[in-house]
Design a protein around this ligand. Structure first.
Ligand code: RTP
Ligand code: MG
Length: 139
């Protein structure tokens, strides 16, 4: 059954470019409610744990390096049909293929430095939210 929560992370390229405000504005205007929010940094090891599903992929090493290159902003979001609606709002992984008006079409720099993450299932939204937020931080 679909839940109403998803997890997102504004990636280092977008934080460094000063786009936290622009991106969170788009998220809120699309009807998502931010219920937990944290600015932090990932070590390369923790970035590797977060993206462990990609550990056999050729881009894994670079991805870990990139994701630990600067601050990120982690958020838990609520909305009906949150996971699917949020993936639609962020657009395709490769910004050159992302639909106009999506967050990646507007803010991503490349297929790797693509501004934002969005969970791909309800199960992963729960796992990823718990990766960053303790139970008492998730209201
Ligand atoms: P995400 O998990 O970050 O929301 O992105 P996604 O589902 O759209 O894409 P995924 O296939 O899960 O890839 C995770 C992240 O790895 C980087 N990537 N680099 N160099 C490359 O070919 C490549 N492909 C993927 C991106 O940062 C991508 O978002
Ligand atoms: Mg993914």
């Amino acid at each position: 059954m679909a839940t109403n929560k998803t997890f997102t992370m504004i990636k280092p390229d977008a934080v460094a470019a000063g786009n936290i405000g622009g991106i969170t504005k788009m998220i809120e205007e699309a009807g998502f409610r931010i219920t937990a929010m944290k600015m932090t940094k990932l070590s390369s090891e923790r970035a590797g744990q977060f993206y462990a599903v990609h550990k056999e992929r050729p881009f894994y090493g670079e991805l870990c390096q990139y994701m630990s290159s600067g601050h990120i902003v982690a958020m838990i979001l609520e909305k009906e049909n949150a996971v699917a609606d949020f993936r639609k709002l962020i657009g395709a992984t490769d910004p050159s293929k992302a639909e106009a008006g999506t967050i990646r079409a507007i803010y991503a720099k490349s297929i790797e430095a693509n501004a934002i993450h969005g969970s791909d299932s309800d199960e992963n939204a729960e796992i990823e939210g718990s990766f960053f937020f303790a139970g008492t931080e998730k209201y």
